[in-house]
Design a protein around this ligand. Sequence first.
Ligand SMILES: [Zn+2]
Length: 79
Amino acid sequence: MKKYYLAVTYDVCEHNDFFMDMNEYHLISLVILDNYAKYLAERDIAPIVRVFTSDTSDFIGTRLYKEYKFKEYECGCVD
Ligand SMILES: [Zn+2]
């Protein structure tokens, strides 16, 4: 069965309980997923990138496939 994948970038600030989705990117292939997640994080300055999977192209009923964390894009807040 064909699977559909969607990457979502998140803006996060743990100090202010802030967690907001920024952009969604439909994935054509998972071949370079790790590199692509890194690219999206850099592009959106996103500390978290999540990849969701679905059996349907409308993405009703998604499951978390993989989560990437990028410390270098975490907010620079000081406690
Ligand atoms: Zn912060």
